[in-house]
Design a protein around this ligand. Structure first.
Ligand SMILES: Nc1ncnc2c1ncn2[C@@H]1O[C@H](COP(=O)(O)OP(=O)(O)OP(=O)(O)O)[C@@H](O)[C@H]1O
Ligand SMILES: [Mg+2]
Length: 150
């Protein structure tokens, strides 16, 4: 059985899945984590990982087949846990991922236009200590990563 994690501080926000909001998500991470007096490297790692997760929610989670499809919402949750561990969760209620293991493979992408490199999950893994991805086709995706700050 897993015990519930103690949360020392947290910030939750919701925004429409527009790429213009990726910058706001990055800035939110920066502003919230200032209270931890982070190193520039830790801060930059978490901003990059968050940005990849938010971009995925925007471009893949709510990918549009036609013009009519409404934009969904992206949920960003930041939490400070004991021992200087930061937890970031990015969630969407979009199309979900059929095969998470395959999606996490470096260079795997479903982007038909060839604009994406399939490295988003690899970046999130490299810039955090632990990454979990939960997804259900038709329901959405929840990406959580943890990083212990210096
Ligand atoms: N939130 C999501 N909803 C639905 N599918 C997703 C989501 N996040 C990722 N995926 C799927 O996982 C694949 C791999 O994601 P990843 O971020 O590693 O690469 P990418 O987004 O295709 O390219 P890059 O991130 O390098 O621009 C995506 O191509 C997409 O099929
Ligand atoms: Mg990506």
């Amino acid at each position: 059985m897993r015990t519930k994690q103690t949360i020392l501080n947290r910030l939750d926000c919701v925004f429409p899945a527009k790429s213009v909001n990726e910058g706001a998500a990055r800035a939110t991470v920066g502003a919230f984590l200032l209270q931890m007096d982070p190193t520039l490297e830790d801060l930059s790692d978490l901003k990059c990982a968050t940005s990849e997760a938010v971009t995925n929610a925007v471009v893949h989670g709510y990918r549009r087949d036609g013009d009519e499809k409404e934009e969904g919402e992206v949920y960003l949750s930041l939490a400070i846990l004991p021992d200087r561990v930061v937890r970031v969760t990015v969630k969407d209620k979009g199309c979900g991922i059929e095969d998470v293991a395959r999606a996490r493979t470096p260079l795997f992408t479903t982007d038909p236009a060839g604009e994406r490199s399939g490295m988003g999950f690899s970046v999130m893994e490299a810039f955090s200590d632990r990454l979990t991805v939960k997804s259900r086709p038709g329901k959405g995706t929840k990406v959580t990563f943890y990083k212990k700050m210096k």
